[in-house]
Ligand binder design. Structure first.
Ligand code: FAD
Ligand code: NAP
Ligand code: SF4
Length: 678
């Protein structure tokens, strides 16, 4: 079946008269940190050009500020700055003249990390650093003029259009919402007054750039705020921005401060597209939808249902720049799918570690620095261990032309990802394994599964080099009674090798402790696979769309008939090591399932009565029937030592190299960099 048959809606061009988009997939805006990096422009040029070559119809850049108080590092307000942006537009149009590139104008308002930040009223955001300065009339006029000037500069820089973000808690959206707009002048109070600023921004921008320039308005179609926008307000704002000159309306969900997950891996695919669909039936311009649309079939289904005219994929384009080409050519099994983890993208942005990349594709945003050129003299390389590190090395080295043989003691590739994929909410990990399985076969890497490699056998087979990616061994803490039959290592618990009782204590509250708590407290279908269940769990009302789209009441969530205690020695709140943008969701879910989280625990002994501890100095017996140990890991590197002893050239990657603070991001990154050099 050819792609136009398989994805007919995706590959139908969209004609807007003065501009034609060759297909319905666009790369959504993502701040990468390159916007403000000293070497940012050449790197952004390479990054966007690679996505243009990869087949997208349109690219929207990361946010660029119209002025200094807007708060993001990259600013565009002068002809000199416009000349720098030419590097990006020329690279993209040079890569493929049919691809459109649109610059997002981002004014972060009260979220700007500067004491000069501005907003309609001096209302500090829960997640902002400063109380914003209230704009007076002259200040408002300055902001409007700066937006128009920024758009004109974008046009001068060769962009095909601009996107104005009117959501997420940034400047425009704080005018719209009552709790952040306390003004009593013509910019506040009634709904007409509150929407005046965003609509005026669109009007001024349109006046500055003329008619033949794309103007996309990103609307908060469901802001998830208690007291947020009502549906009729969203519809009337949509009409007003279209009347003021927007050609396309893009839907956005959630303010950054709202306590509802909208893009994490626990969110079902395309969960919010139905909201775009409802708005699309009201507005008469093409509409963009987004959020957790990570594969071409998901995009096709959304378009076929009439929920949108265009589908935005932002993180999936980090994960695989060639996603669209692969869909068109019927190679979707080769797509390196975004798993929604946020670990190398949004966690970096919001954690202040500005540079963004991707867990499954460390080349993202490093296109000028990390490359995998073909080799002139292929080597015979053995890779021992088919976890994320071994898989990343094997596929990258094979792609470069090396002859790779991959060993694993297990019957299937994946290492610990085979445990991760069993956790409710982590179903996307299956996609990473599918990707590696396909690539290994396609690249002709020899696979020796069910084979425990040892130094003598590897030496006998005459490999030039060996990459030791043997991973880790779970740590067994030195607690009297740890060998008691009620004690299970996390691997046995996740694989269901032994029954788990009704009262469970989990020793260790790192990423794996939290995942095990999720597994043992969970009941029924995973919310990540069912939009209704997900909506119910997070108090989202898609049908009636109350203000903000949320009911304000979090109902009971389905939970296993178990009492679960999640424990750690550190006397601090649990979950501090979890991802910046996702950790709070895990904590909230477990709390609502009644999982008891306790820090400051000394483990004394385990016996038939249960787990004896001191909690913050006080004796406490957890009368449990199962103790699951998730107490971290140590590196498994005996093979490496043996190889060194035998005089063979060997490298260590992933958990085998260093188990402390190991995650798949580090394992894949380290292995890919080694494969680039070997
Ligand atoms: P491993 O995945 O441990 O793979 C090592 C492989 O080597 C194994 O397949 C093993 O069978 C094989 N092996 C060992 N010795 C030999 C030998 N002598 N011969 C042949 N084969 C051998 N990380 C994240 O970044 N994000 C997450 O959300 C996340 N969730 C997780 C959830 C769970 C439940 C678990 C258990 C882990 C999770 N991780 C997560 C951690 C992540 O899976 C690990 O960091 C990663 O798998 C480490 O990769 P690795 O390749 O170094 O080792
Ligand atoms: P971890 O995050 O290092 O957590 C280990 C836990 O065990 C800690 O709570 C630690 O807390 C406790 N511990 C350590 N030594 C102990 C001992 N001797 N006795 C008792 N308790 C001990 O490791 P992990 O949970 O095994 O996870 C491994 C890696 O996988 C992590 O680095 C993580 O990033 C990654 N991962 C990530 C995710 C994710 O969602 N991003 C999910 C799963 C795993 P105390 O010392 O305070 O007791
Ligand atoms: Fe997707 Fe994770 Fe990569 Fe971000 S880091 S793009 S969420 S796979």
């Amino acid at each position: 079946m050819n792609a136009s048959t398989r994805y007919p809606h995706v590959f139908t061009p969209l004609d807007l008269g003065f501009v034609r988009l060759k297909n319905r997939i666009l790369m959504g805006s993502m701040h990468t940190g390159l916007e403000e990096a000293p070497d940012g422009f050449p790197r952004m040029a390479a990054y966007y050009a690679e996505r243009a070559r990869g087949g997208v119809g349109m690219i929207i850049t990361g946010g660029i500020a119209p002025n200094a108080e807007a708060g993001v590092g990259g600013k565009l307000s002068t002809p000199v700055e416009a000349a720098q942006h030419r590097l990006i537009t020329e690279a993209v149009h040079g890569a493929d003249a049919s691809v459109k590139i649109v610059m997002q104008i981002l004014h972060t308002g009260a979220l700007a990390g500067t004491p000069a930040c501005v907003a309609p009223s001096p209302v500090k955001s829960r997640i902002g650093r400063f109380t914003p300065n209230e704009l007076d009339e002259a200040g408002i006029q300055k902001q409007l003029a700066d937006f128009a000037n920024c758009a004109a500069m974008a046009q001068r820089a060769g962009y095909d259009g601009v996107e104005i973000i009117g959501s997420a808690g940034y400047l425009l959206s704080t005018f719209l919402v009552q709790k952040t707009n306390l003004r009593t002048d013509r910019w506040g109070g009634s709904w007409e007054n509150r929407m005046r600023f965003p609509v005026e921004v669109v009007r001024r921008v349109r006046a500055a750039v003329g008619e033949r320039f794309l103007l996309i308005f990103r609307i908060a179609a469901m802001d998830m705020l208690d007291g947020g926008l009502a549906w009729d307000e969203i519809v009337s704002l949509g009409h007003a921005v279209v009347d003021a000159g927007a050609n396309i309306v893009s839907t956005h969900f959630c303010w950054h401060e709202a306590p509802v997950p909208t893009i994490a891996t626990m969110v079902p695919r395309a969960a919010f597209a139905q909201v775009t669909g409802r708005l699309r039936r009201e507005l008469k311009v093409p509409m963009i939808t987004s959020n957790r649309i990570n594969m071409p079939q998901v995009a096709e289904d959304v378009l076929a249902r009439g929920d949108a005219d265009l589908v935005s994929m932002a993180r999936p384009m980090l994960a695989d720049p060639e996603l669209v080409n692969k869909a068109r050519e019927g190679r979707e099994d080769q797509i390196n799918t975004c798993i929604g983890c946020n670990q190398a993208c949004l966690d970096h942005t919001f954690g202040g570690r500005l540079q963004v990349s991707c867990l499954v594709n460390p080349r993202a945003c490093n296109e000028t620095l990390l490359n995998y050129p073909p080799v002139r003299t292929p080597k015979r390389i053995a890779v021992v261990g088919a976890g994320p590190a071994g898989l990343a090395f094997a596929t990258t080295a094979a792609q470069r032309g090396h002859h790779v043989t991959l060993f694993d003691a297990a019957a299937e590739i994946g290492g610990q990802f085979n445990l991760a994929k069993r956790i409710p909410g982590k179903e996307e990990f299956h996609e990473t394994l599918r990707y590696y399985r396909t690539m290994l076969a396609r690249l002709g890497a020899v696979q020796r599964l069910n084979t425990r490699a040892d130094a003598a056998a590897l030496q006998a087979q005459g490999f030039d080099e060996v990459v030791v990616a043997t991973g880790i061994a779970p740590r067994t803490p030195d607690i009297p009674g740890i060998e008691h039959p009620m004690v299970l290592p996390y691997i046995d618990a996740i694989l269901g090798r032994k029954p788990i009782g009704r009262r469970v204590a989990i020793i260790g509250a790192g990423g794996i402790g939290f995942d095990v708590a999720e597994l043992v407290s969970h009941a029924g279908t995973s919310a990540a696979l069912d939009i209704e269940i997900f909506a119910r769990e997070w108090g989202i009302d898609f049908k009636n769309h109350p203000r903000g789209g949320v009911t304000g009441v979090l109902p009971q969530v389905a939970r296993a008939d178990r009492e679960v205690f999640l424990l750690q020695r550190k006397a601090e709140a649990l979950g501090k090591t979890l991802g910046r943008t996702t950790g709070w969701t895990h904590r909230m879910v477990l709390q609502r399932r009644g999982v008891v989280m306790i820090g400051g625990v000394d483990y004394l002994k385990i016996d038939d009565a249960g787990l004896h501890t001191r909690v913050n100095g006080e004796p406490r017996l957890f009368e449990v029937d199962t103790v699951i140990v998730c107490a971290g890991q140590t590196p498994l590197r005996t093979l490496y030592d043996e190889l060194q002893h035998a005089g063979m050239k060997a490298h260590l990657v992933g958990g085998a190299y260093e188990a402390a603070e190991l995650d798949a991001k580090r394992a894949i990154d380290q292995a890919s960099r080694l494969a680039a050099e070997v």
